[in-house]
Unconditional design. Structure first.
Length: 273
């Protein structure tokens, strides 16, 4: 607890030193914590920049919008046609780099237009432990990463979010819909919509931490191991399979390894890192 308070103090000092900042805000655990901390320190010196694209479900956008309205934080919604960014639709191993580069170039331009000289994003120390080429784009564009700079882990962020009464303290981890596709498989708006509907179905059925990964027309469902028995219940299993096939999938499978972040990166091996 004492260590977290030190980190919090360091973060407040860091943010105060900026004077003003535009925060890339998705409505997830990390960006919500960063936005609230910045708002507490800088007040009107903060704006939230939220991207809208086929890569992000509408439910995430609605949650982000609602948070800003409830907290009185000025929010700017930016539309980005990510599939039109050269190379992205082909889904290469560095797709995240291409996406982040396009998104944050848009954010930088929007921030500059509104008189903000700093743009910050919410990655933390734990993000350094996986293959995340998007961090290269963030570094190249000189985007600030206050949570990493101040030594925050995901556990720190969740614990402090709970103390601050943030609605995201226990929110499941999330990543853009493009991360559901096997590298090298073309990403289309139709496929993204299929994944979005499939994951919304699982959420509606009570599977909070899950993914629907795409391999051609095969859907590979990841849920937490403790949710395996429920996923295998005959009626529920039949409902999920039938609905995913109606969405456009030919085959529906369950991954026995269970939910884990970045499982598509496993196919890259050490050479892709």
């Amino acid at each position: 607890m004492e260590e977290r308070e030190k980190k919090m103090g360091k973060l407040r000092e860091y943010l105060a030193g900026l004077g003003s900042v535009a925060v890339a805000f998705s409505g997830g655990v990390d960006s919500t914590f960063l936005l609230q901390a910045a708002n507490d320190v800088l007040g009107d010196g903060v704006i939230a920049l939220t991207a809208v694209s086929d890569f992000f479900p509408d439910r995430e956008r609605r949650e982000a919008d609602g948070f800003c309205r409830q907290r009185g934080i000025r929010q700017i919604v930016c539309r980005e046609e990510i599939l039109k960014v050269p190379g992205v639709a082909a889904n290469p191993a560095n797709r995240c780099y291409l996406c982040k580069r396009a998104l944050f170039e848009m954010f930088l331009a929007e921030a500059k237009r509104r008189g903000f000289s700093h743009v910050a994003e919410g990655s933390n120390l734990d993000d350094l432990g996986d293959y995340r080429p998007g961090l290269q784009a963030i570094a190249e564009l000189k985007i600030l990463s206050p949570l990493r700079e101040c030594g925050f882990t995901k556990q720190d962020i969740r614990a402090l979010s709970g103390e601050m009464g943030l609605p995201t303290a226990a929110k499941p981890s999330y990543a853009c819909l493009a991360s559901r596709f096997a590298y090298g498989e073309e990403i289309t708006g139709e496929k993204l919509a299929m994944v979005d509907k499939a994951e919304q179905l699982l959420l509606d059925l009570g599977f909070t931490q899950m993914r629907v990964r795409v391999h051609g027309t095969l859907a590979r469902i990841e849920v937490l191991p403790e949710d395996f028995p429920r996923l295998a219940e005959p009626d529920l299993r039949r409902e999920i399979a039938e609905k995913l096939k109606a969405y456009g999938f030919s085959y529906v499978t369950a991954d026995l390894a269970g939910y884990r972040t970045g499982s598509m990166n496993e196919m890259l091996g050490t050479e892709g890192r």
